[in-house]
Ligand binder design. Structure first.
Ligand SMILES: NC(=O)c1ccc[n+]([C@@H]2O[C@H](COP(=O)([O-])OP(=O)(O)OC[C@H]3O[C@@H](n4cnc5c(N)ncnc54)[C@H](O)[C@@H]3O)[C@@H](O)[C@H]2O)c1
Length: 385
């Protein structure tokens, strides 16, 4: 199969690498020649390092690199079997590009978008053959992250879904199927990890370092939320939160935080600007957390129960099935356990009681318990048995 990759930025270059490593011929296009040059420089560096580490022989690395060819016109995609688009996150631009791809690609070529937040159905709606349009959402960096969300638009044919899933599975990725709704699985279910941590900080319950310490050391998450937001960039993470909030018709559960907005506005974006929630200037020291265990456990419990509620609600609304929701969070964002499995271990009734306690205390819709959890308690059910 010949694969086209449209957009040679960080995601496009990574996807091209994954496809070429899986022995496909790949053609790579970008509107900006500099982006193509940068992608090839970076791919060469990556493969030099992989050869040094003896992951590939020089010959194997050269063969993979030779399979990726730059093209200077969209027409170069005309004999591709799959084109994956990874250009700027803008619906109007994506629709216009898909309209062109729809006209010039073979009639059985699958057209995929790597969008993180836009409606796949809206993109498919720009095409005359929308049944072959689908979301194939890689995580960053694409060659390293195992998870890929497959998102059928409401117009997508079953054949397009199974062919896309089989192909991406054959690349050694772990695919999950998600409904075409804002944030798909990961970017929806993970929102409270950031949002509730920011809320706990804003209420003055604990500082950034203490919240990070609690979730990492007591909760078992790979990174605390503030450290993670500093990695992702407060501009990027805030933009995703804001777009998910709008897309959910301003559901208070997804409300963005002024603390993060101010950090983004101030240019305190995180590691990339050497200042975010923490100071990363040379010689700067990270603040010490308050390691009070009771406080730490309360922080973990509040964030975790909000994550469990979000995962349960995603199941309730048929965004994905149980296994895919748990796999998405462990393989896409390295959570220590699937959230639904975690809920079983804690006890569903205990989760419902905590959510009701938060709801009664705050009287905010943000803390409403998913009907999924409440019904399970009434019926004495668990997620896994
Ligand atoms: N960065 C991430 O963490 C991440 C993760 C998953 C999905 N995504 C999604 O992947 C897509 C690309 O993200 P990225 O981080 O690689 O962006 P990027 O800015 O690194 O790269 C985008 C590239 O697209 C090119 N481009 C823009 N408009 C174009 C057009 N009309 N035709 C051809 N090329 C065009 C740009 O020149 C640029 O090289 C977005 O939809 C984004 O939401 C990003």
């Amino acid at each position: 199969m010949k694969i086209g990759v449209l957009g040679a930025g960080s995601m496009g270059a990574g996807i091209a690498q994954v496809a070429a490593t899986s022995k496909h011929q790949v053609v790579l296009f970008d509107a900006n020649q500099e982006a193509i040059d940068k992608a090839f420089t970076s791919l060469n560096k990556i493969f030099n390092r992989l050869v040094e580490k003896e992951k590939y022989t020089r010959q194997e690395a050269d063969e993979i690199l030779a399979r990726i060819q730059p093209i200077s016109k969209l027409q170069g995609f005309s004999d591709c079997d799959l084109v994956i688009e990874a250009i700027i996150e803008n619906l109007e631009i994506k629709k216009s590009v898909f309209k062109q791809l729809d006209e010039l690609c073979k009639s059985d070529c699958i057209l995929a978008t790597n969008t993180s937040s836009l409606s796949v159905s809206a993109i498919a709606g720009a095409c005359s053959k929308p049944h072959r349009v689908i979301g194939i959402h890689f995580f960053n960096p694409a060659p390293l992250m195992p998870l890929v969300e497959i998102i059928p638009a409401i117009q997508t044919a079953e054949q397009t879904v199974s062919a896309s899933k089989d192909l991406i599975d054959s690349w050694g990725k772990r695919t999950v199927i998600a409904k075409d709704t804002p944030g798909f699985i990961v970017n929806r279910v993970a929102r409270p990890f950031y949002g509730e941590a920011l809320r706990i900080y804003e209420e003055g319950i604990a500082d950034f370092a203490t919240i990070d310490w609690a979730l990492k050391e007591l909760g078992g998450f790979r990174m605390g939320p503030f450290t993670l937001m500093d990695f992702i960039g407060n501009d990027v993470n805030y933009a995703v939160t804001e777009s998910v909030f709008e897309a959910f018709y301003y559901d208070p559960r997804y409300k963005p935080s002024f603390t993060q907005k101010r950090h983004a506005e101030a240019g305190w974006l995180g590691r990339k600007t050497k200042r975010g929630y923490y100071d990363y200037a040379d010689g700067a020291e990270l603040p010490e957390p308050n390691t009070d265990k009771a406080l730490g456990e309360e922080i973990v419990w509040r964030v975790l129960v909000m994550l469990i509620n979000e995962a349960a609600d995603a199941l309730f609304l048929n965004i994905a099935n149980r296994d895919d929701i748990d796999t998405a969070m462990t393989k896409g964002v390295n959570y220590p356990k699937g959230l639904l499995k975690w809920a079983d271990e804690i006890g569903i009734a205990k989760c419902v009681n905590k959510l009701d306690e938060l709801h009664d205390t705050y009287r905010e819709d943000r803390y409403r318990c998913s009907l999924q959890l409440r019904r399970m308690v009434m019926k004495g059910q668990t997620f896994y048995s």
